[in-house]
Design a protein around this ligand. Structure first.
Ligand code: NAP
Ligand code: MG
Length: 502
């Protein structure tokens, strides 16, 4: 396997990276962390240090939350005319589009992903989040409710209605796999609702959050409405989750960290939404369009190096076509070009860090040690040890770690099945329930499987088809609540009932 390593960068990204240090955005000002500590952020393709980002402490979190609290409580932001807030969100989207090349290159340098993933999928979708929720600003409304109360004073009437009000100060905590889109999925509905935000990006991929923050300021987001506090999850994330002045945490990340967030949130019973891990099944029925299914199943696991919450990491193939599908997937896997994400030929970049690559490699080695068959891949390569070859495994024990746990890398386990009932049971034999895909031309099989698989999204004859209009989120331990879609703004709203005697 040839890995091409180069570090080109557009002038804009290069210019921005020249800044020696990246500070915190608190109350509209770029400030040093109180402790003066900075963390290096690394290009995982090469191991080179790209920039120094502020390592905030609990005192910095206090300052950021106080700024967000003040910006919420003084009322100017939440009472802004909805149409004006809509125009502001639309401006943010336009600025993301205007800086799309710079943002996608920063994302690639920081996260490792092949450039096309950011440039054509994630960054445009981040802009669309702001446009979609810009449209929602003017549609937040309540109901007029007929009341059956019959004990009002004689001659009086009851008038009852609901209004929707922003929930308050939101802590948005995001992961490293697809940073900018994750920020947008929280910021856009939160701002549309009139909330104020403290954003804590993943420590390994904070650069596009910081660049986005500059664009928010440029768009005219008032001081304190969005604050960005970089640093360690165990410090900044934990302080935000436990903070008494935070009204809600919007979290995307691992199921394990989701549990830690709940522990922190219980002190003031803040509202919590959780978008967590997955182990999403892909089911290929015997009648499927095999070329489409094989390419689709490969893309479901190898896109973004498998660092996708909805990655199709368990593949179930009808026994009659099992060898053909595995062979076809292996042919694709062996030809995927790995390299620096900025290299135009690259189809798959490195994983986000050496730590993550080691973790993925350990899962593969353990599966093989336990008797599973490595069909292809399995290697760990590159100057920083961060590249994992696209890997296909068969014959794994259904109770083994490689089948049950989220690996979050380009690794798929494939197993045969004989009938629909058997594959439904296998697909549902997981603590997760984020997504699934089913490949078939048979309408009743598609209908039965999409009804019976316990997951927040079921795709039929496609996988990872995302749109801001489609709700995304998990059944079971894949999370609480849904992001995207019209309903997502409700995560950031409280219902107020007003009942009058008039
Ligand atoms: P992670 O380790 O859970 O980290 C997510 C965020 O939480 C990071 O900002 C992290 O900060 C922070 N954090 C860590 N410890 C914390 C604590 N004790 N309290 C509060 N915050 C804390 O997840 P990850 O490894 O970055 O991301 C991969 C995971 O995200 C996978 O499980 C994936 O499935 C999931 N994911 C889910 C979705 C979805 O929509 N369901 C989408 C994308 C990803 P540091 O970076 O500083 O540790
Ligand atoms: Mg990095």
């Amino acid at each position: 396997m040839h890995i091409e390593i180069l570090t080109p960068a557009q002038p804009a990204a290069r210019e921005w990276l020249r800044k020696p240090r990246h500070q915190l955005l608190i109350n509209g000002q770029w400030v040093d962390p109180a402790g003066g500590q900075y963390l290096p952020t690394i290009n995982p393709a090469t191991g080179e240090v790209l920039a120094q980002i502020a390592a905030a402490d609990a005192g910095d979190v206090d300052r950021a939350v106080a700024a967000a609290r003040q910006a919420f409580d003084d009322g100017a932001w939440r009472n802004m005319v909805p149409a004006a807030r809509a125009r502001l969100l639309w401006r943010i989207a336009d600025l993301i589009d205007a800086h799309i090349d710079e943002l996608s290159e920063l994302e690639t340098l920081d996260q490792g992903k092949a450039l096309y993933v950011g440039r054509w999928a994630e960054i445009p979708m981040a802009a669309e989040q702001f446009r979609f929720f810009a449209g929602m600003c003017t549609k937040v409304s309540g109901d007029t409710i007929p009341s059956s109360i019959n004990y009002q004073p004689a001659g009086k009437r009851i008038q009852a209605y609901t209004t929707k009000e922003p929930v308050g100060v939101v802590a948005a905590i995001t992961p490293w796999n697809s940073p900018l889109i994750m920020h947008a999925m929280k910021l856009a509905p939160a701002l549309a609702a009139g909330c104020t935000v403290v954003l804590k990006p993943a420590e390994e991929t904070s650069l596009t959050a910081l660049r986005l923050a500059e664009l928010l300021v440029e768009a005219g987001v008032p001081a304190g409405v969005v604050n960005v506090v970089t640093g360690l999850g165990s410090v900044v994330g934990a302080a935000l989750s436990a903070h008494k002045q935070v009204d809600k945490v919007a979290f995307t990340g691992s199921t394990q960290t989701g549990r830690a967030i709940l522990d922190g949130a219980k002190g003031n019973l803040k509202k919590v939404t959780l978008e967590l891990g997955g182990k999403s099944p892909v089911v290929i029925m015997p009648d499927a369009d095999l070329d489409a299914a094989i390419a689709g199943a490969a893309n479901a696991i190898f896109f973004n190096g498998g660092q996708v919450c909805v990655a199709g990491s368990r593949l179930y193939v009808h026994r009659s076509i099992f060898d053909k599908v595995v062979g076809g997937m292996a042919d694709i896997a062996r030809t995927i070009r790995l390299g620096h994400g900025l290299s135009p030929d690259t189809q798959m970049g490195p994983l986000v860090s050496k730590r993550q690559a080691d973790r993925v490699k350990a899962y593969i080695d353990q599966a093989v040690a336990d008797g599973a068959t490595l069909v292809c891949g399995g290697g760990q390569k590159g100057p920083a040890g961060t590249f994992i070859e696209p890997t296909i495994i068969t014959g794994a024990d259904p109770k083994s770690a490689i089948v049950c746990e989220e690996v979050f890398g380009p690794v798929v386990v494939v197993a045969p099945f004989d009938d629909v009932a058997e594959v439904v049971a296998a697909a549902n034999d997981t603590e997760f329930g984020l997504a699934a895909s089913v490949w078939t031309q048979d309408l009743s099989a598609a209908s039965r499987l999409s009804a019976d698989i316990r997951a927040g999204t079921v795709w039929v004859n496609c996988h990872s088809f995302w749109d801001v209009a489609l709700p995304i989120g998990g059944f079971k331990q894949s999370g609480w609540g849904r992001e995207s879609g019209v309903g997502a703004i409700e995560n950031y709203l409280e219902v107020k009932t007003v009942c009058m005697v008039v």
